[in-house]
Write a protein of this length. Structure first.
Length: 359
């Protein structure tokens, strides 16, 4: 029913960690791995796959030097199951969370994707294994408005990447085909597969733990639009924007039965909301020293010093109001047996804090 599509490149410790975790659960779904490492890494690939031989349905396809979007598209073209999900090699999916997402889509034909609650974590020294220093909520949200125009505006107004949701395979494949055909950059390349499916149908966030993602100091998602002003003032931005806008507008026309001019205005309005949020965030981060209030200085100190940020997050789990999602995602709460996420989180916690089986 479901295939996990996973690009990777010279990240064997993370890949081994994830495959071992899935093997412990006897994951019933197929994994298609696109390996962009060089041929010199063939022995390591064989070693990692050998460690889970007979326990998982895994196919590793070599793509030496191939760009990520092309790799993902080629893998999606090999998928034969009705559902697919994009997977990063350093993140964890809860197997029952995947199963629940598939079951939901099977019963709701007007939905194109489904996921659940998600958590981010950091590991000391930024490695695949070691003590977890902090966890926090990775916000997700359902988009269930009646029209394509309403869904797109709501999505980009409060943007949450949906690429990690279980999707109907043909929609995910079409999205990545468009990225390759339009030769989009990384930023538009993330936005498009998180937007086109939402134009075509609703997306549901289930009330259960679904994914646990590792945060890195230099992870790609934190670099995307780290300076939105530089992005939109770049020499290729205008043509990239026109390609992205027209791709989305054509889908809005098809679903909402409106003219192309009106559809382009809808996409423009939705994208303005996305830009507004990005510009405001970049402005605060770059020029926040201009703020002089005590509360602003304390907030920046808690935010910018890792040890203080971690201690603050842990301390807040003991405050009143710990029943909301933000508090449930904190490490002390997750490790309590009373947590609704404890049973799903504990095997992931053990996978991270143990040592690699291959050394």
């Amino acid at each position: 029913m479901l295939t996990l599509v996973m690009p990777t490149c010279n990240r064997w410790a993370y890949l081994e960690r994830l495959l071992t975790y899935f093997a412990d659960f006897r994951l019933e779904h197929t994994l298609l791995i696109g390996d962009s490492s060089g041929s010199s890494q063939a022995a390591k690939a064989k070693q990692v796959l050998g460690s889970v031989s007979g326990q998982l349905s895994v196919k590793l396809q070599p793509y030496p030097g191939l760009f990520t979007f092309h790799c993902i598209l080629d893998l999606l073209n090999q998928v034969t199951t009705p559902y697919a999900v994009f997977a990063a090699d350093d993140d964890f999916f809860v197997p029952n969370g995947l199963n629940d997402a598939v079951a939901f889509l099977e019963c709701h034909s007007d939905y194109v994707g489904a996921s659940g609650k998600a958590i981010l974590f950091e590991v000391r020294s930024d490695d695949a294994h070691g003590p977890i220093t902090s966890t926090w909520l990775y916000p997700q949200g359902s988009v269930e408005h009646a029209t394509a125009s309403q869904r797109l505006i709501a999505h980009l107004k409060n943007y949450r990447p949906t690429i990690y949701a279980v999707h109907r395979t043909e929609l995910l494949r079409e999205s990545y085909q468009s990225i390759v055909d339009l030769n989009l950059d990384n930023s538009f390349g993330e936005l498009l597969p998180s937007s086109v499916p939402i134009i075509l149908g609703k997306v549901k966030t289930l009330d259960r733990l679904y994914m646990v993602r590792q945060s890195h100091a230099n992870m790609t998602s934190t670099k995307l639009n780290s300076d939105m002003f530089d992005w939109v003032s770049g020499p290729q931005w205008a043509i990239q924007w026109e390609r992205f806008r027209d791709c989305l507008a054509q889908e809005v026309v098809r679903v909402d039965k409106i003219g192309i001019g009106e559809a382009r205005e809808i996409v423009k309005q939705a994208f303005w909301f996305h830009l507004r949020h990005g510009f405001a965030q970049n402005l605060e981060e770059r020029y926040s020293p201009c703020e002089t209030s005590l509360s602003a200085r304390v907030y920046r100190m808690l935010r910018d010093i890792p040890a203080l940020r971690s201690a603050w997050r842990d301390l807040r789990s003991f405050f009143p109001g710990h029943g909301n999602d933000e508090y449930k995602a904190l490490l002390p709460a997750l490790l309590r047996s009373s947590s609704p996420y404890h049973a799903d989180f504990l095997p992931i916690y053990r996978s991270i804090t143990s040592y690699s089986i291959s050394g």
